[in-house]
Design a protein around this ligand. Sequence first.
Ligand SMILES: [Zn+2]
Length: 327
Amino acid sequence: MNGYDGILNNDILIKSLKTAVRSSRISHAYIFDGEKGIGKTTLARAFAKTLNCEEGGEVSCGRCSSCRTFDDNNNPDIIYISEEKNIKVDTVRDSINAAVMTKPFSYKYKIFIIKDADTMNLQAQNAFLKTLEEPPSFVVFLLLCQNFNKFLPTILSRCILFKLRPLPQPMLRQYLTDRWFSQGRAEMLSHYAQGIVGRALELDTDENFAALSQLAFDLGADIKKWDIKQLFDKSAAILKDHKDDIDTILKLMYYIFRDALIYKTTNDTQHLIHTTELDRLDAICAQFDSRQLMKACDALEFARNRIVSNGDLQYIVEELFYKIKEK
Ligand SMILES: [Zn+2]
């Protein structure tokens, strides 16, 4: 990739990076902040490639020696720092502080792309600060993180902070249909991924998400048939087996009941999220009238809010299922 073509909905940010290159005002350190899967690495790579491009334009040329070695993942002056858990003080000392002492091998800048930089503990950040206070002129740090607030103020004040924005749902849907996704699949994934491209791609192959989706449909179709004992048993079983996924299950159920409501009242599939599951929506529509579907959506939204405010999980789930069943 040359330039920033694949990076959507972050035009202001990209404009700032281009301006910095054009006016040769490159900072020693940038923070790219945003959720996992939002495109921080893609953006950092595009910027790093541009910085070392021998043509010196505001976007990389793709032809020069630097760009070609970059595309082969072989550019000696672009250094990736990433660790499984957190970035340790030894890594900062050995792979960053020691490495900045030597000049770039071949190109203009020595660029460090530090993934999950906000996982540095206090000791690691203090070690990093030593370099950041007086960096050699040829060094650029690109710090990628999910929560820039974890950095010491002394680090933040020496960096230019950019926050990446998620995509609006229609833009993410379009992104997915422009690739290999069917309309229905793109609709569903774009709703659940909340504007994060990487999350949409991950959800697509996430077996746990697929299983939770099936579970949510099963719950929606069965709940009316339960007696009270089954209701308590099912609630307990879900909390036992899926405690960490409760929010996802309720969110799936919310969108399923929302779809059922739209489908029942309009018989139109255009605004549905689960367009590939019409049979399963039919099974729910057959058991609930539109008022009950609306009440179920309200109850699901209410339950999710109560989970956020740390209510008693067991009680919330039992009450929710009771409301959907009885109303
Ligand atoms: Zn180039």
